[in-house]
Design a protein around this ligand. Structure first.
Ligand SMILES: NC(=O)c1ccc[n+]([C@@H]2O[C@H](COP(=O)([O-])OP(=O)(O)OC[C@H]3O[C@@H](n4cnc5c(N)ncnc54)[C@H](OP(=O)(O)O)[C@@H]3O)[C@@H](O)[C@H]2O)c1
Length: 318
């Protein structure tokens, strides 16, 4: 089969190689072989190429952490392939317990983009931060993959959503996603903008996939009893904050590692999938697929996600 492989660590565009005669993986116990139809590119695909992600598959490996595929029965499914035997290939292995029906309301590319981003945003907002209707939600990288999902789910939960983005094009995308207020971090001070939008009170919940200055600024505009959900560090800087500040201002810092729920509380992941399927049917959420690329363009797509140039999800279609 055709598959992308990473044989040495480095930038995606340099180390991802398209192999024509890769072996079709053989399903082990509890696994299913899926014919891949669409793969959503995620920031961790790039981090894995660089050897900078928490999961470090042995070389060579095939990247690609989420897909929409087809079972031999023809049923469309979505999910995360087993580590190392990734989705950028004609066939991939999935753990039977971590496989979900693709929502009929979504096409293959949209369905592929529903899983990680929306599950992560769902667990961040509802399970970790207990977001309530009427609260103010601040979303960093609001036009990005997980960020765009957090915007849509925040609006669906009845929150006022402030989106922070880098640049005018992303600002327009964030507005279309439903943000009530959009701040371009490249030309505006988001701390001042959040204070102004909330009458000085600050944001009740912060969804932060960026870290660095985004995290530090968030602590300056977090409301009394606010909750900051730490989702990722696309800025490249992992904050090491002074805890005295959290004490003095009465806010919480909540870590989120969504993948852990697949083993710690799989029923909650399935329940979230059912809710997301309903919201997709109602048209309340719709994954933003900004680009649909051919299989041969996968390395370029992963590289551009790493460089922060993309909006929503870039999806590779097979
Ligand atoms: N905790 C979890 O369970 C979990 C689950 C899924 C994903 N994540 C994490 O969430 C993060 C986002 O993943 P994603 O796939 O949705 O990516 P993404 O948000 O689509 O892309 C990254 C975005 O980060 C922003 N950014 C800010 N500074 C940047 C910099 N120096 N370089 C590159 N980008 C920068 C950019 O948006 P602006 O220019 O608009 O700021 C960029 O578009 C990743 O760190 C990923 O590992 C965590």
């Amino acid at each position: 089969m055709r598959a992308w492989q990473v044989g040495e660590l480095g930038l995606p565009r340099e180390v991802m190689r398209l192999v024509e005669d890769a072996r079709v993986p053989v399903a082990g116990e509890g696994q299913l072989l899926v014919k891949v139809r669409a793969v959503a590119v995620n920031f961790p695909d790039a981090l894995m190429c660089l050897g900078m992600y928490q999961v470090k598959p042995p070389l060579p490996f095939t990247p690609g952490v989420e897909l929409c595929g087809e079972l031999p029965s023809g049923e469309r499914v979505i999910g995360n392939p087993v580590a190392g035997g990734g989705a950028f290939a004609e066939y991939a292995l999935l753990d039977a317990r971590a496989l979900f029906p693709a929502p009929p309301a979504l096409d293959d590319a949209e369905a592929a983009a529903l899983h990680i981003g929306y599950q992560t945003a769902w667990f961040a907002l509802h399970r970790r931060a207990a977001l309530r209707a009427g609260e103010t939600l601040l979303v960093h990288a609001a036009a990005g993959g997980v960020g765009s999902a957090a915007v849509q789910l925040g609006k669906a939960a009845g929150a006022t959503v402030i989106g922070v983005v880098g640049g005018p094009h992303k600002a327009e995308v964030a507005r279309q996603l439903g943000c009530d207020v959009v701040v371009d971090r490249k030309s505006e001070d988001f701390v001042a903008a959040v204070k102004e939008a909330t009458g000085g009170r600050g944001a009740d919940v912060v969804f932060d996939p960026v870290g660095g200055d985004a995290y530090t600024g968030s602590t300056k505009c977090i409301a009394f009893e606010g909750r900051i959900v730490v989702v990722g560090f696309t800025s490249g800087t992992i904050p090491a904050p002074p805890l005295g500040h959290a004490l003095v201002k009465n806010y919480s810092v909540l870590g989120l590692h969504w993948g852990l729920y697949n083993t710690k509380d799989p029923a909650a992941v399935r329940a979230a999938h059912d809710e997301l399927t309903k919201l997709a049917e109602q048209g309340v959420v719709r994954p933003l697929v900004s680009e649909r690329l051919a299989f041969e363009q996968a390395a370029d797509g992963v590289q551009r996600v790493l460089e922060g140039q993309t909006t929503g999800r870039v999806v590779i279609e097979l």
